[in-house]
Design a protein around this ligand. Structure first.
Ligand code: DC
Length: 292
């Protein structure tokens, strides 16, 4: 099962994704760290970040892996080194390079093979894992995001004015949203959650509830399909309906098998595709913006 968490910087995505993965016993993939690693490697080698071909070439040669959630770049642990302000700005420049994206997306898909995974980034639900079972788009007001970043840096002993962070964040948002290749935007089937007034614990609990519901549905399908039909409000399904959900016919007339994701979608009750806390005023689902 794949759970994707996308959204702009400073929404708490990484903390939420890591905590959620640990509670579910899933693996965690921090894709932002991969773009950061490429920016870091370029800066180390004096490669111009806007030199698309050189950056792409370096990306293909770089060895990136995660060991215990630490990022290893060419045998070196760079987890802390990629958190600095210069790398942060550089990462959004290399992330706009489509050649870099193609390669990193390949690595991300390979990392997910056969795993239960919570993956966070900007394009995980929209591009990398379009068939993910659970997609979230986490947002928060720009002022709050800059405040969180300031607190995070302060905890590491770095004092940076809020206005500077706010301005840098605006630049990055603008770059992430306006690039032609995989711009920052929610997948059409993502739940959009505004975390401005929420704690990390609130968000994790909420996401966990949704994921567990989906798992229940997914496993329950095999136990009793007619119960699923009842839940979906589409009336009783026949055995033929079930077969059709699993196998479909391609335009060429050949039968092709449908992925488990398609089967799951066919059974997913629409009321569970949105929040069980739908009436809660803290959740402003269905709209988002990186501007105040
Ligand atoms: O989430 P982060 O701040 O660590 O991400 C670093 C940069 O990489 C940020 O500018 C957005 C970009 N990014 C991306 O374009 N696609 C992803 N899947 C993850 C991050």
């Amino acid at each position: 099962m794949i759970v994707t968490i996308d959204g702009p910087a400073g929404t708490g995505k990484s903390t939420v994704a890591r905590t959620l993965a640990s509670r579910l016993g899933f693996e965690f993939l921090n894709t932002g760290a991969m773009y950061r690693a490429i920016a870091y490697a370029c800066l180390q080698r004096d490669i111009e970040l806007t030199d698309a071909d050189s950056v792409a070439d370096l990306t293909r040669r770089a060895e990136i892996s995660f060991v215990n959630n630490r990022l290893i770049l060419d045998d070196l642990d760079v987890t802390e080194a990629i958190q600095g302000q210069i790398v942060t700005q550089g990462a959004s420049v290399v992330a706009a390079n489509s050649l870099v994206r193609v390669h990193l997306v390949e690595l991300q898909r390979a990392a997910a093979q056969g795993k239960n995974l919570v993956s966070e980034g900007r394009d995980q639900g929209s591009v990398v894992f379009p068939h993910a079972e659970c997609k979230f788009f986490l947002t928060a007001s720009p002022a709050e995001r800059a405040r969180r970043r300031q607190a995070e840096l302060q905890a590491k002993g770095q004092v940076v004015p809020w206005a500077d962070l706010y301005r840098d964040q605006e630049t990055r948002d603008q770059r992430d949203e306006s690039r032609t290749c995989s711009p920052l935007k929610p997948a059409l089937d993502a739940s959009i959650v505004d975390s401005t007034l929420m704690t990390v614990e609130d968000v994790v609990t909420y996401f966990q509830q949704i994921v567990l519901q989906r798992i229940k549905i997914w496993t329950g399908r095999f136990v009793c399909p007619s119960r699923m039909a009842f839940l979906s409000g589409r009336g009783m399904r026949t055995r033929a309906d079930d077969t059709n959900a699993r196998d479909s016919t391609s335009p060429t007339g050949k039968r092709k098998s449908t992925s488990p994701h398609d089967v799951q979608r066919a059974y997913l009750p629409s009321e569970l595709t949105t929040s069980p806390l739908r009436g809660d005023p803290r959740f402003h689902c269905r709209t988002w913006s990186t501007r105040e």
